[in-house]
Design a protein around this ligand. Structure first.
Ligand code: UD1
Length: 407
């Protein structure tokens, strides 16, 4: 059975890695089981094909994640790079069609909600293989999430991909409800848990060996807070949504909303390339402190994007995380770290209901209030249902059940 897994942008890598690990495990077990069996009784091995569209291509946005997550090098690299939504999507589709026709997999797995997800889903759903006229099954991992915010490119990517998919793998109960409300038949929907959390649970221990806290001078500086474990009190910030950083006024509002926090704590800000460009373009440099070898006890410090293990370590010891990312709302929920989401909505309501997340909006006062509330709250969270590190194994079990090889 050939399973093609597509990745393209940074948040895809940690969602796809557990599926590849589950395939490896399946193949190891199958080859042990097959030893000594006559040929006609051999259980089927899975041939995984990893396709990277190249939507993200920088070392810090891509290569580092392959290394940290122990992902194999992609079998096929499309090298599409950055462009407008239309050009990027079209370029991925054009190149992916050639790959599909050549490789003829049984299943194509797309993850998340980026342009690569939709582009490859659309090609898979419409391709006829010759001479059978058949096409591969299309599986969407992280199906059913809805922000109901049509101004987000990701919302279109989610809705359209879900309506093209044959198998929809859902991370939280709201996803099942949303898909049912849109008329997706129940037998296509599988509530399996969250592969992003599979990665987090797999690599949490390894992240403990990261030296990032030392590199950022966040260890053993007890003058920075009442830390009992020798780690300074600090906050983490990530911002990359076009609606937050491409608009000068919106970006400025958020920076003003963070002023109070930054006057008390160091705020570590691993900046996405898009955000870094905007800081220069808007001449916002004076809102940030210059990273230096000496520890500063306040101010927003722009640093390069971090790899997976370093970022996990940074999040795990933070007093607070402020973000506009989707995945980070889930990761902080699982780690029990208070999170303030600087958006008007979330497609991941479980992180607010069960978790540590609060959706603040984007006005200065609302951000300030939310930060204040989150800093003074006693964290009480429960890990959402099925976020237990086994989502990828459940997904693989369904894929094997639906594949074209006999069981
Ligand atoms: C994409 C996803 C978004 C996801 C985010 C995570 C879409 C529509 N958006 O947004 O859902 O949350 O990834 O990061 O798919 N750039 C580099 N190097 C890179 C990649 C990008 O410098 O490796 C720069 C380029 O100048 C590019 C800009 O960042 O124009 C934005 O990249 P793009 O892939 O278009 O979207 P993201 O904002 O990263």
């Amino acid at each position: 059975m050939k399973i093609m897994i597509v990745v393209g942008a940074r948040p895809n890598f940690m969602k796809a890695a557990p599926i590849i690990a589950a395939i490896r495990k399946h193949n190891d077990e199958t080859s042990r089981y097959n030893i000594g069996l006559p040929n006609q009784n051999l259980a089927e091995m899975i041939d995984p094909i990893l396709v990277h569209t190249g939507q993200h291509y920088d070392k810090l946005m891509s290569d580092l994640f392959f290394q940290d997550l122990k992902l194999p090098a992609p079998d096929i690299y499309l090298g599409v790079g950055s462009a407008s939504h239309a050009v990027q999507t079209a370029e991925i589709m054009r190149k992916f069609e050639e790959v599909l026709l050549r490789e003829q997999p049984d299943v194509v797995v797309v993850v998340g909600d980026v342009n690569s997800t939709l582009a490859c889903a659309l090609v898979t759903a419409k391709i006829p293989f010759r001479p059978s006229g058949k096409r591969p099954l299309l599986a969407h991992v992280e199906a059913g999430l809805r922000s109901f915010d049509q101004s987000m490119p990701e919302e279109h990517n989610r809705v359209l991909t879900d309506h093209l998919a044959d198998l929809l793998f859902v991370t939280e109960e709201s996803g099942v409800k949303n898909l049912r409300a849109e008329g997706i038949p129940i037998d296509r929907i599988f509530f399996v848990g969250n592969t992003l959390i599979d990665s987090l649970l797999t690599f949490k221990g390894k992240a403990a060996a990261s030296t990032i806290l030392d590199e950022l001078h966040l260890r053993r500086h007890t003058n920075l807070g009442d830390s009992t474990d020798g780690i300074a009190w600090y906050a983490v910030l990530t911002l990359h949504r076009p609606s937050n950083v491409d608009d000068r006024e919106a970006f400025l509002n958020i920076l003003h909303g963070l002023e109070e926090l930054a006057s008390e704590y160091p705020v570590l800000f691993p900046a996405h390339p898009r955000t870094r460009k905007r800081i220069q373009e808007f001449s916002f440099e004076h809102y940030f402190v210059v990273p230096s070898l000496t520890i500063s006890n306040h101010g927003i410090r722009v640093i390069d994007p971090l790899g997976y293990l370093d970022f996990l370590s940074l999040m795990k010891h933070a007093k607070l995380v402020v973000t506009d990312s989707g995945g980070i709302q889930e990761e902080t929920t699982c780690l029990g770290i208070p999170c303030v989401t600087v958006r008007e909505n979330t497609e991941r309501p479980i992180t607010v209901e069960n978790g540590t997340n609060t959706v603040a909006g984007v006005s200065r006062t609302k951000i300030q209030d939310a930060i204040c509330r989150q800093l003074s709250r006693t964290v009480k969270n429960s890990v959402p249902e099925l976020w237990d590190g086994k989502a990828a194994e459940r997904i693989l079990a369904v894929l094997i059940g639906n594949g074209q090889f006999p069981r």
